[in-house]
Design a protein around this ligand. Structure first.
Ligand SMILES: C[S@@+](CC[C@H](N)C(=O)[O-])C[C@H]1O[C@@H](n2cnc3c(N)ncnc32)[C@H](O)[C@@H]1O
Length: 255
């Protein structure tokens, strides 16, 4: 897990850029790997980008959301908290998946009065039952697995990794949904792609292209690299949305 270091900042920077590109009011949100509402994490050994962002004059949605949540190394918010601080609890509907029992208990307590439904099971088990919103609704479907691996690299039981077989599952799900709304964004984040005997980075990118082609969606990828790269892929039917996310991430990355 790359909590609190540049991997999570890539995730939240891109997610919040996507939210601001598709809505200024309500959002349907699906998080496949939710985390607890807040978690603590060890101090990053280098590049304290969170502190740097918070001390900068930037007012991008992700930085504003970190400030509103008083994000710190001890109390690092998950995606739903960040989104809620921008658009309000009452304006979020959707589904949160999480497998850790303690985290599920916290999520249930946090969202029990709202239309954001918490599922204490794996996203793989729940995906086929995720009800897509109406096509005109703004929808962020976001995934934060640990890293990307070949299908042959285990343990392959329903775990925290993402593999080509999972990409096939996603393609099948979205193909079954049929229409893709103009304000729908899918985002996928994978941490520390090793270059090893198999180049995981190349594998991730080729699988993301397979998904983009399979769903006829535009796709862009972003990364933070200090060795093994943390990567993001975003998919949307709208080139404008993808460009807006890319422009915002570029500025954040260079701060
Ligand atoms: C990298 S963290 C998620 C970080 C979070 N999305 C955020 O906003 O920063 C991974 C989380 O996914 C959960 N998880 C692992 N495997 C899962 C699965 N198959 N389905 C759902 N959640 C899973 C873990 O318990 C952990 O809390």
């Amino acid at each position: 897990m790359a909590k609190g270091n540049d991997g999570n900042l890539l995730q939240h920077g891109v997610e919040l850029a996507a939210v601001s590109a598709i809505t200024n009011h309500s959002l349907h949100l699906t998080c496949t790997h939710s985390m607890a509402p807040q978690e603590s994490f060890p101090a990053p050994s280098r590049n304290r980008r969170l502190c740097h962002w918070l001390n900068s004059g930037l007012d991008f949605p992700s930085v504003a959301a970190y400030r509103r949540n008083e994000a710190s190394l001890d109390r690092y918010p998950n995606t739903a908290e960040l989104v809620a601080s921008i658009i309000g609890d009452d304006n979020i509907s959707g589904d949160l998946f999480e497998v850790s029992e303690n985290k599920v208990t916290e999520l249930l307590a946090r969202w029990s009065e709202t239309d954001l439904h918490v599922h204490g099971n794996s996203w793989r088990q729940g995906l086929s039952k995720v009800k897509p919103p109406a096509p005109e609704t703004s929808w962020l479907f976001t995934m934060d697995p640990m890293t990307f691996l070949p299908d042959t690299e285990g343990p392959v039981d329903d775990d925290a990794m993402l593999r080509p077989n999972d990409v096939s599952l996603l393609i099948k799900y979205f193909q079954n949904v049929g229409v893709v709304g103009p304000k729908w964004v899918i985002s996928i984040f994978c941490f520390e792609l090793r270059s090893g005997p198999v180049n995981y980075y190349d594998l991730f990118l080729s699988e993301m292209r397979r998904m983009s082609n399979g769903l006829s969606l535009g796709m862009a990828s972003f990364q933070v690299t200090y060795g093994n790269p943390h990567v993001a892929a975003v998919f949307s039917p709208s080139e404008d949305v993808i460009e807006q996310i890319g422009r915002e991430w570029q500025v954040l990355h260079n701060v």
